[in-house]
Design a protein around this ligand. Structure first.
Ligand code: SF4
Ligand code: SF4
Length: 656
């Protein structure tokens, strides 16, 4: 073929691929534009850092070393080999054409050889994982599509090597052949037959046409993530992971009032982009406590279900048709209510998909627009609204746990204390959790701190209502508490409940409440470190359970461990720190019937397997759930809050 004929052929190929790719990309763009607004501007520096570590550095994927490395090899190979696409396009037109400068650099062609091998190793290893190891996380994923993609990648890399080798064999390589050891070796094996001239053309055209086919196939396949993942990571959350986006009930135009996600047009554009970025890797499914205990919810299948609905209905909705309800068309009611909002899926997801936001938005619509929720949880919602606590107890009993301890109960007009102890509903009303409140208050007073509590003026933070989807009740509670805290002049808060900790510290800022909020384990560890509390070194084996809302959502990992390692001999569970496993109470599950096997029992068994005698916790809900779990599994572990254990060591007479 002459240069002109080749150029024309390439133009036709590019035009066909461009039209097919462009049409699909434009449709996807228009679907995303259907989404509701959500502000993901600002924090450019942080976004750039996340992009560098999560996308370029493959940080999240490398949390699992072998599959992470396999993906990283293919991804890094893709980045390094990107310029070879331009080289091949030029080379397809004329065998003597290549990229100026870079196409003549021996070091770059050495890199190309090396990364071709690494990509092939990655592809073979990926096939091995899928076909031989067959991890459960792929259950429900589109495996045939993945096979096709891997096959196309192998063809692209192999034809690149063969093209380079044939150029070396023909003596037309634009770079010193000695820099390409593998291509050179293949060139030697090719010999100098007459077929080489044709072979070189066949290899480069096969290479170019495979790349174009790959490009066209991408937006129609699950490997769409190659184009969307980097964008999705850029627009990921930059504020606290535990914070939920508030709904605006004050909108002037009632049509603009959004009550969560009822149909696909209620989803935000970020949520739509989320669904298009899923790689179906199943890492989220693998860590999900709901899935692990036999429930219907898989965060992966949830995102895939939403994506399927988007693709099935999006074009018709763009043409003006009414969308159908996401529940049950995309996901079932059971899936929506199975979630404990532990955030393990979000933490694991390599492309920054925000599953919890999706689930809470689906709940918001069911609860607020349809009054549809598990019957047993309705009592809790009513009690939060009427009695200001989910136990439905009289507020006058809120400070009963503190009788005789000498804690100051703040009356209106009293001077603000050095630190306000926000007790939370669980530690105020549940007998097992009250032990933690008594121990915390005792220790703080023992250390000489000026501590006060709000007593009957403290009201539920609204966390369980919010996680249930009742944003309206949550915002009422939030506004009331922010007003009370403001009147009391509070600036520093300590709380022993990770849910209150998350809500007061990360969510009340949206309602004008801005305080320094610390968890009781942080304050106690600080007092221990600066000598205001003294405890003898202990040797009893203790395993510590990280609460999801403390460790994963709010990064508090070291402080409770500092206390545990002072008063005992720490033994870690397999799942700990930010990769902890839920106790089963989150997402308002404290007030819901559990289907399938029990999450708390699974965690209690894991704790017992460490050989510890004590299971230390730092959350009143974990205390209750794991205490039940230990009883059900009969392991005999003692479940106690870190504060209780510390109080026993510091002030033995007062410890519970
Ligand atoms: S938040 Fe936890 S329970 Fe909910 S889907 Fe994610 S991993 Fe599963
Ligand atoms: S949601 Fe994230 S972790 Fe889950 S399968 Fe998709 S890409 Fe993987």
């Amino acid at each position: 073929m002459t240069t002109l004929a080749s150029a024309l052929a390439l133009l036709v190929a590019l035009a066909v691929a461009g039209v097919l790719f462009g049409r699909r990309a434009h449709l996807l763009y228009r679907i995303v534009r259907l989404g509701k607004p959500t502000d993901r501007t600002g924090d450019a520096g942080r976004r750039a850092r996340t992009e560098a570590t999560v996308v370029l550095g493959q940080r999240k994927l490398l949390q699992r070393v072998v599959p992470g490395l396999v993906h990283a090899l293919v991804f890094w190979g893709f980045v390094v080999l990107l310029p070879t696409i331009l080289m091949a396009l030029l080379g397809a037109v004329d065998e003597d054409w290549t990229l100026p400068w870079l196409g003549h650099q021996g070091w770059y062609l050495l890199l190309v050889d090396v990364f071709c091998v690494l990509v092939l190793v990655g592809v073979i290893a990926a096939f091995g994982i899928r076909k031989v190891q067959r991890p459960a996380r792929f259950e429900g994923s589109h495996l045939r599509e993945a096979d096709l993609i891997l096959g196309l990648i192998a063809v692209i890399v192999t034809t690149l090597l063969l093209w380079h080798a044939s150029q070396i064999a023909l003596g037309i390589a634009e770079w010193p052949a000695g820099w390409s050891p593998l291509s050179n070796a293949i060139a030697t094996a090719m010999g100098d037959g007459a077929w080489l001239e044709t072979g070189e053309r066949v290899f480069v055209w096969l290479h170019v046409l495979t790349i174009l086919s790959f490009l066209v196939y991408l937006p129609y396949s699950k490997h769409l993530h190659i184009g969307t993942a980097g964008i999705n990571v850029w627009f990921g959350r930059t504020r606290s992971r535990g914070r939920l986006e508030p709904l605006d009930f004050e909108v002037e135009d009632e049509a603009a009032l959004r009550l969560g996600s009822g149909t696909l047009v209620d989803m935000t554009w970020k949520q739509m982009l989320d669904t298009m970025s899923c790689t179906e890797c199943g890492r989220c499914q693998d860590v999900c406590p709901a899935w692990a205990t036999g429930k219907d919810l898989s965060p992966k299948l949830l995102i895939m279900g939403l994506r399927d609905r988007l693709f099935a209905e999006g074009p018709a909705v763009l043409d003006g048709r009414e969308p159908t309800a996401l529940v049950p068309a995309a996901v079932t009611d059971e899936v929506v209510w199975d979630c404990v909002t532990c955030g393990a899926c979000v933490h694991e997801c390599p492309v920054s998909i925000e599953h919890v936001d999706h689930i809470v938005d689906l709940r918001r619509h069911l609860v607020m627009a349809e009054s549809r929720f598990p019957a047993e949880a309705g009592t809790m919602l009513r009690d939060v609204g009427r009695s200001s606590n989910p136990w439905g107890k009289p507020q006058s009993e809120r400070a009963a746990w503190a009788d005789g301890l000498g804690v100051r109960v703040l009356e209106p007009g009293d001077p603000a204390p050095e630190v306000l102890y926000w007790v939370g509903c669980a530690a105020s009303f549940d007998e097992r959790a009250r032990a933690s409140a008594r121990a915390t208050a005792t220790l703080l007073l023992h250390a000489g701190l000026d501590v006060g509590i709000l007593g009957p003026r403290e009201s539920c933070t609204g966390d369980p209502a919010r996680r249930m989807g009742d944003e309206f009740t949550f915002q009422e509670q939030a506004r009331r508490n922010v007003a009370t805290l403001g009147e009391a002049g509070v600036t520093r808060i300590v709380t022993s409940c990770p849910h209150c900790f998350n809500t007061l510290g990360s969510e009340y800022t949206d309602f004008g409440g801005s305080y320094e909020v610390v968890h009781h384990t942080e304050l106690l560890a600080e007092l221990l470190a600066d000598g205001r509390l003294e405890a003898p070194e202990g040797t009893d084996p203790i395993t510590y359970h990280d609460s999801c809302y403390l460790a994963r959502h709010n990064d508090v990992v070291a402080a409770p461990r500092a206390i545990v390692s002072r008063i005992g001999r720490p033994l870690e569970m397999a799942r700990h720190g930010k990769r902890t496993f839920c106790c089963g109470a989150g997402g308002a599950h404290m007030w819901m019937e559990e289907r399938g096997s029990a999450i708390n029992e699974e965690r209690a068994r894991e704790a017992a397997a460490t050989g510890a005698e004590t299971l230390a916790v730092a959350c009143p809900f974990c205390t209750m759930m794991l205490d039940d779990g230990v009883r059900q599994t009969g392991s005999g572990l003692r479940v106690a809050d870190v504060a209780v254990l510390l109080a026993e060591a510091v002030v033995p007479a007062s410890g519970d």
